[in-house]
Design a protein around this ligand. Structure first.
Ligand code: ZN
Length: 259
């Protein structure tokens, strides 16, 4: 009799121990997809190609893939139409919906060097090069389309180099995870879109400032480069970029949930 009870207890213990292995916990439940710019803010413009349209097209394609292939994951778009959304509202949407990942999609621009091509993915932090600072300045200028932006962003002047010193003191709580996702995006982007990866970088992007989850900003190519511009303007190119980001999300999710 006693041995039966022990066996039952032992059996229960085994089930308890093995259940996390059989059914991994879903840790990436909600993904926030942020299409850069929109409405009165076109973002970078090159030969009539507007960043806001490319980022929206890629964001919608990425969302569709996630919904189809990861039905357990909820997708939240900060915008799904050509609408202006303030930067602080984007992070507020992410926090309000308790996102587990925040992916901001943008296009690069370097009119003085049209030969420069490829992708770079950023996490929030202090820039280590003038080039990264210039990218953050350009992206942060979106706030100048907002009313009372100086009050809303505590006097932050996107054009002042000194303003970016605050990011040297700032350590994002989810920095390690953000870097991990950024690395996966760069790897997959190189693999699936066959373009140069310019690597993972850090800079002071306001849109990543207040998000309470692993957060990245990916620059999916240079609109000032003729080949990148043609690629990003095509539905096929946009789909490839979305597939690359999805592959990175999938690998990140599997890694997170295996622990
Ligand atoms: Zn942008």
């Amino acid at each position: 009799m006693r041995s039966v009870v022990l066996a039952v207890l032992f059996g229960t213990a085994l089930v308890l121990v093995s259940s996390p292995l059989n059914r991994p916990e879903v840790r990436v439940r909600t993904i926030i997809i942020d299409a850069g710019h929109g409405g009165k803010d076109p973002g970078a413009v090159s030969r009539k190609v507007k960043e806001k349209n490319i980022t929206l097209a890629v964001a919608l394609k990425l969302g569709k893939i996630i919904k189809q292939r990861m039905p357990e994951v909820k997708v939240i778009f900060t915008r799904s139409t050509d609408k202006f959304i303030p930067l602080e509202e984007r992070s507020a949407i992410a926090n309000r919906n308790q996102g587990n990942l925040f992916i901001s999609i943008h296009c690069n621009s370097l009119p003085s060097k049209p030969s420069v091509t490829g992708t770079e993915t950023y996490v929030l932090g202090m820039h280590k090069s003038q080039a990264s600072l210039e990218v953050a300045k350009r992206e942060n200028r979106s706030i100048t389309f907002e009313e009372d932006y100086q009050e809303k962003y505590e006097g932050f002047d996107p054009n002042s180099e000194e303003a970016y010193i605050i990011f040297s003191l700032y350590q994002h709580e989810f920095l390690t995870q953000s870097i991990q996702l950024a690395s996966l995006i760069e790897q997959q982007m190189k693999h699936k879109t066959q373009r140069r990866s310019r690597g993972v970088r850090q800079a002071g992007f306001l849109v990543l400032w207040r998000t309470q989850m692993p957060s990245v900003l990916t620059e999916i190519g240079f609109l000032t480069n003729p080949r990148d511009r043609a690629f990003l303007s095509s539905a096929k190119g946009q789909q490839k970029v979305a597939e690359a980001i999805f592959a990175a999300v999938k690998a990140y999710k599997a890694h997170e949930e295996a622990q």
